[in-house]
Design a protein around this ligand. Structure first.
Ligand code: ZN
Length: 225
């Protein structure tokens, strides 16, 4: 056994332990030098056949490796592309979300007829100087003094075309053309214009058209005033 191994090792061939064991098992108990020589030859043949197969397989293995590498690269590229799309979807969902205009308020006059005329808004009473937030992402289409009794007014057109009016502010912190994100402070509430007390007068104009009930419109977008 030792001799066989060393013979094979001496030939510079990798002796497969199982082949050596098989060769040893094939011997009929004899350990004559002739037997050992025959076993060694068998191993050499096996080893050279194995070596030949390895060479033939090496090319196939290289092909497989290249194919696997390409497949891995493809999978990685696909995963990267998927992650990018998901990140974009998350960013879009974040920019398209709707939020409350104020964090502390009391609902006062709602949308409806008041003193014989339509009050096309929801009034939210709050202390002067309360930060007023953009309802979603959009662009400021008016920021200034209203000649129609709204005091300092800010109008924002959102990504879906809807326009919000936030009136009676004490101070505006955005300008015409500014882009805003959901929750961004656009003004500080006040009591300017035709106002009977500190509050935010909120109007919602889908498509920049006629006003609708703000609470209903916002509720459909997950915002409960
Ligand atoms: Zn009002």
């Amino acid at each position: 056994m030792k001799n066989v191994s060393s013979t094979v090792a001496g030939l510079g061939l990798a002796a497969d332990p199982s082949a050596v064991a098989a060769a040893a098992a094939n011997r009929s108990g004899s350990s004559s030098s002739r037997d050992l020589s025959r076993d060694a030859k068998a191993l050499v043949v096996n080893a050279s056949v194995a070596g030949h197969e390895t060479a033939a397989e090496a090319s196939a293995r290289a092909d497989r490796t290249a194919a696997e590498k390409a497949a891995r690269a493809k999978a990685q590229a696909a995963a990267k592309a998927k992650a990018k799309v998901e990140a974009e979807q998350r960013a879009l969902a974040a920019s398209h979300r709707w939020v409350k205009p104020l964090s502390g308020y009391k609902l006062t006059s709602g949308f409806g007829f008041r003193w014989g005329r339509l009050h096309p808004a929801q009034d939210l009473a709050c202390p002067v100087g309360t930060p007023v937030h953009a309802l979603s992402s959009g662009k400021v289409i008016f920021a200034g003094w209203s000649t129609e009794g709204y005091g300092y007014l800010v109008k924002i057109q959102y990504w879906d075309g809807t326009v919000s009016w936030m009136a009676h502010n004490t101070r505006l912190v955005v300008s015409l053309g500014d882009k805003v994100v959901p929750g961004q402070t656009v003004s500080y509430s006040g009591n300017t214009g035709h106002s009977t007390g500190p509050h935010v007068h909120l109007e919602i104009h889908p498509g920049d058209g006629g006003p609708v009930v703000p609470r209903t419109w916002l509720a459909k977008r997950g915002v409960r005033l």
